[in-house]
Design a protein around this ligand. Sequence first.
Ligand SMILES: O=C[C@H](O)COP(=O)(O)O
Length: 236
Amino acid sequence: MPKKIAAGNWKMNGTRASLPDAMAIAATPAGDCAVVLCPPATLLSQMGTEGLALGGQYCHPNASGTHTGDISAPMLADAGATYCITGHSERRADHGESDADVCAQTEAAWSAGLVAILCIGETLAQREAGETLAVLTAQLNGSLPNGATAENTVIAYEPVWAIGTGKVASPDQVAEVHDALRAQVGPEMSLLYGGSVKAGNAAELFALENVNGGLVGGASLKAADFAPIITALAAS
Ligand SMILES: O=C[C@H](O)COP(=O)(O)O
């Protein structure tokens, strides 16, 4: 059985004033679900809380070196992370990260003992052109290194047009993609959906056979918003 995972991506949000929210999220009963928070790197070492796994939002392919402003997978692990997001569409767009870059980052995460949460997703133009499954397959093939297992990798399907827009993909759209991904990655790897997941739509999404949790952005920042999502996953 794939592990159920509620992952929160805080993106470039959060200061020490947010730590009480992290503690409240950690205290939320989660049943057999893993709860993962990916805060800004500045908060990682201060967030170590029982019941909460931590993740980075990105890692450089190298372990160290002359890369001003960057962060490596061993640094994330040293700060308490056990997961790392790779290939988020905001980084693919803002930093020009290619599938090959994401592949190298994912290998770096594994080398540091981190579980990669590898993100793939189509744009609205690609969906409207009927290219969704082809685009996702190409991204998966290009950015998932050889050696991926259910222990070192989680796949997050995040349609770019649904991120931070309030436009959640319909259950039929999510099911079509997740069923296709399941056929590609095997029965054990966790498949998360991300894109405007909220308390009001979480139960419907998590009821889908091949949705094993969510990668949640905006609704993970406050415990009052994220806790019902965790509860919905635990009940699924
Ligand atoms: O990593 C999280 C996703 O980008 C989803 O963000 P969102 O829940 O704010 O739409």
